[in-house]
Design a protein around this ligand. Structure first.
Ligand code: ZN
Length: 248
C-alpha cells in the first residue's frame, strides 16, 4: 500500500488529533512511498532498527519513538545514529504514544487486559488512561502475581498482603505509578502498572491497595503487536513483531 494511505488510516484509526501528547504521533521519519512489510516493537532503539533492516521492513511502528518534549532537539549522538540508519534504508518510522495506550481495540491497556484475563468495566483519570474492572476468576494477590509473571514472562514487584483476595483491579501500562492515587480513589483491590517509584511503596502500604509493578516494557508489548496484526489483516501487509528485551 502507499505510505500516504497508511498515514491517513493510522491517524484516523488511532484518533491522533484527540491527544495532547509529549511527542508527535504518526509518521516521525519518512522513508519509501510503498509499504508492504511492517515491523512492530516497543521502542525505536538502534537494535530494533537493525533487526527491522535485516527483516527488510518498509516501515517500523513503535510505542516509544523520538522527539520527546523537553529533550535536546538536535540530531546528534545516539539520535543521529538511529535516524541515519532509518534514512540510509529508506525505512519509515511511525510512533504512537498516548493514542496507543488508550485505543479500545488495539491499545496497550485493552491488550494487557486480554493478556492477563481482566474484564474491562470502565476508565478514568487523565485522558481516560486508567482502566478498571474485574479478574476473570477469584484470585489472591499471590495468584495474580503468579499469573502476571507467567504471562508477561517477567517477575513483578508486588507490594501488599499476598493472601488478600483480589476482585477489582485497575491498571495502566508503562510508567503510570503516578496513577496509583486514582486507583485508590476508585477503591479497587489492586493496581497494575509498569514501573514503581520509592513513594509508590508507601502509598500502596498505607492505602491498602495492592501494587504490582509488572515492567514498563513488559506491559507495553501487546498494543503495538495488536496494531500490527490489525494492519496485516486489513491491508494484507506482512507483519513481524520484534522484541528487543528490556528488564525495566
Ligand atoms: Zn511507555
Amino acid at each position: 500500500m502507499q505510505r500516504a494511505e497508511l498515514d491517513a488510516y493510522l491517524d484516523q484509526y488511532l484518533d491522533v488529533a484527540k491527544f495532547r501528547d509529549y511527542c508527535p504521533n504518526g509518521l516521525q521519519v519518512e522513508g519509501k512511498a510503498a509499504v508492504m512489510r511492517i515491523v512492530t516493537g516497543v521502542t525505536a532503539s538502534l537494535a530494533l532498527i537493525e533487526r527491522a533492516i535485516e527483516a527488510r521492513a518498509d516501515a517500523v511502528l513503535v510505542h516509544h519513538g523520538y522527539f520527546w518534549r523537553g529533550e535536546d532537539p538536535r540530531i546528534v549522538g545516539i539520535k543521529r545514529s538511529r535516524i541515519a540508519r532509518l534514512l540510509e534504508h529508506d525505512l519509515n518510522l511511525y510512533a504512537f504514544h498516548l493514542p496507543l495506550d488508550a485505543h479500545v481495540e488495539v491499545g496497550n491497556n485493552v491488550a494487557l487486559a486480554r493478556t492477563l484475563g481482566l474484564m474491562v468495566e470502565g476508565r478514568s483519570g487523565e485522558n481516560d488512561l486508567v482502566f478498571y474492572g474485574r479478574t476473570d476468576t477469584p484470585l489472591t494477590l499471590a495468584d495474580l502475581a503468579a499469573r502476571v509473571e507467567q504471562r508477561l514472562v517477567r517477575a513483578p514487584l508486588v507490594i501488599g498482603d499476598t493472601d488478600r483476595a483480589i476482585e477489582r483491579v485497575a491498571w495502566c501500562t508503562g510508567a503510570a505509578q503516578g496513577y496509583l492515587e486514582e486507583a485508590v480513589r476508585l477503591g479497587v483491590d489492586a493496581y497494575i502498572t509498569g514501573e514503581a517509584s520509592e513513594q509508590t511503596v508507601h502509598l500502596a502500604r498505607e492505602s491498602g491497595v495492592a501494587f504490582i509493578g509488572a515492567g514498563h516494557h513488559a506491559t507495553e508489548r501487546y498494543g503495538i503487536q495488536a496494531l500490527g496484526a490489525h494492519l496485516a489483516g486489513r491491508f494484507g501487509l506482512e507483519h513481524v513483531h520484534i522484541d528487543d528485551p528490556n528488564p525495566v
